[in-house]
Design a protein around this ligand. Structure first.
Ligand SMILES: CC1=C(CCC(=O)O)c2cc3nc(cc4[nH]c(cc5[nH]c(cc1n2)c(C)c5CCC(=O)O)c(CCC(=O)O)c4C)C(CCC(=O)O)=C3C
Ligand SMILES: [Fe+2]
Length: 356
């Protein structure tokens, strides 16, 4: 059953595939965004530290393979295509190829689970830019609703946290980690004043903590902290930074910490560098026992959960009455984003998959 759709389209960030790609990639990411040059050079070093290769592309190839397998297993006959915002295969090229192949209806699955300009509307603008040159030949593109509070995202995270808690002393605490964004971007995430970026993350963290308690009987103290701040120091971004927080935890005498990167669906550079390299080093300097919980990646339950959401959407588009599973009170997120959702603070641009 795949309702009206002809194809799935995995939509992601993209990343460099070798040392010479790093600066052109970073220029693509930061064009017109006022990111200080020192920050850019610093981030270039993070990539060069890993041979100039971002882990994200390989992880997306693995996710596509896992999705194809699960779709076949469930008897859903939908091919999976792939397009990125900042590096090849570029979204514009992929969507043009789909049009050439006569594909008419596409369901986009974005590798970002939450509402924010960077993780939601910017991708919707990218989709609009991708169809724009194609005119009447453009496929119609829908976007899968946000899956942060889906069982397929929450349950593997619960398991990952339980595993990681086994690596640190009893009495350790949890620190859920996500990408910092400007507070002004958070304010309009999900709609004017909604602050959905933070609210959705806190909802996921609560669900995970409750899941861990259900399974282990342990109620573990937690907070939400941030990594990967960029932008000029004068601009407020979400805080605390994970490294500052580790110092604070050490000062409080906690016996250890598990960091849980719920802001990332796989081990992106932020996870590999900002957590596994930098934050791990901070913890080591402090003598603070530290473990990092796995991201959902290609966990079979996550992949099956995405396919469940694909089927839900296909049925909805086919006019069927379907149950919309969501574990938190801030979900289920609507299929089409509401007016003013995750506004572009630099000015309105056309976007697909929303009411505006
Ligand atoms: C909310 C959010 C997500 C999660 C949602 C999602 O997954 O989409 C995300 C993902 C990612 N961000 C990534 C990389 C970068 N992000 C940057 C810059 C920025 N990110 C921002 C926010 C987010 N980013 C923001 C507000 C900026 C400032 C500039 C701007 O307003 O746009 C910069 C420039 C240098 C710097 O400023 O740090 C880089 C290199 C990669 C690839 C990693 C890899 O290679 O594995 C991924 C998945
Ligand atoms: Fe980013």
């Amino acid at each position: 059953m795949h309702g009206p759709y002809d194809a799935l389209l995995l939509v992601s960030f993209g990343g460099p595939e070798g040392p010479d790609d790093v600066m052109p990639f970073l220029e693509n990411v930061t064009r017109g965004r006022g990111i200080p040059r020192e920050r850019l050079l610093g981030v270039a070093e993070h990539y060069q530290h890993f041979g100039g290769v971002s882990p994200i592309n390989e992880q997306n190839r693995a996710l596509i393979a896992a999705l194809e397998e699960e779709l076949a297993r469930q008897g859903v006959d939908l091919p999976v295509h792939w397009g990125n915002r900042n590096w090849g295969p570029y979204l514009g090229d992929t969507v043009a190829e789909l049009a050439d192949a006569g594909v008419q209806r596409v369901l986009a699955v974005v590798t970002s689970a939450y509402s924010s300009y960077s993780g939601c509307r910017q991708y919707r603008e990218d989709l609009a830019a991708a169809v724009e040159p194609l005119g009447d030949r453009a496929p119609r593109i829908d976007k899968l609703r946000h899956y942060f509070d889906s069982p397929g995202f929450v349950r593997p995270t619960v398991r990952a946290v339980i595993d990681a808690l086994g690596e640190v002393p009893a009495g350790s605490v949890l620190r859920f980690v996500t990408h910092s964004i400007p507070t002004a971007m958070n304010d309009v995430s999900g709609g004017p004043g909604e602050q959905m970026y933070v609210r959705q993350h806190r909802a996921v963290a609560s669900l995970v903590v409750a899941g861990v308690e259900d399974e282990t009987g342990r109620r573990v103290p937690w907070e939400l902290v941030y990594c990967s701040r960029s932008g000029p120091p004068s601009q407020p971004w979400l805080e605390p930074d994970v490294n500052d927080d580790l110092r604070e935890l050490h000062a409080q005498g906690v016996p250890g910490v598990v960091v849980v990167p719920i802001g990332f669906v796989s081990d992106h550079m932020e996870v590999k560098f900002d957590l596994d390299t930098e934050a791990a080093e901070t913890a080591q300097e402090l003598g603070l026992p530290y473990a990092r919980a796995a991201t959902v990646g290609t966990d079979p339950e996550f992949v099956a959960g995405l396919v469940d959401l694909v089927r839900e959407r296909a049925a909805t588009e086919a006019g069927e009455d379907v149950e919309r599973v969501a574990l938190s009170a801030v979900g289920p997120w609507p299929d089409r984003c509401p007016v003013g959702c995750c506004a572009n603070l630099r000015g309105y641009k056309p976007a697909l998959c929303g009411q505006d």
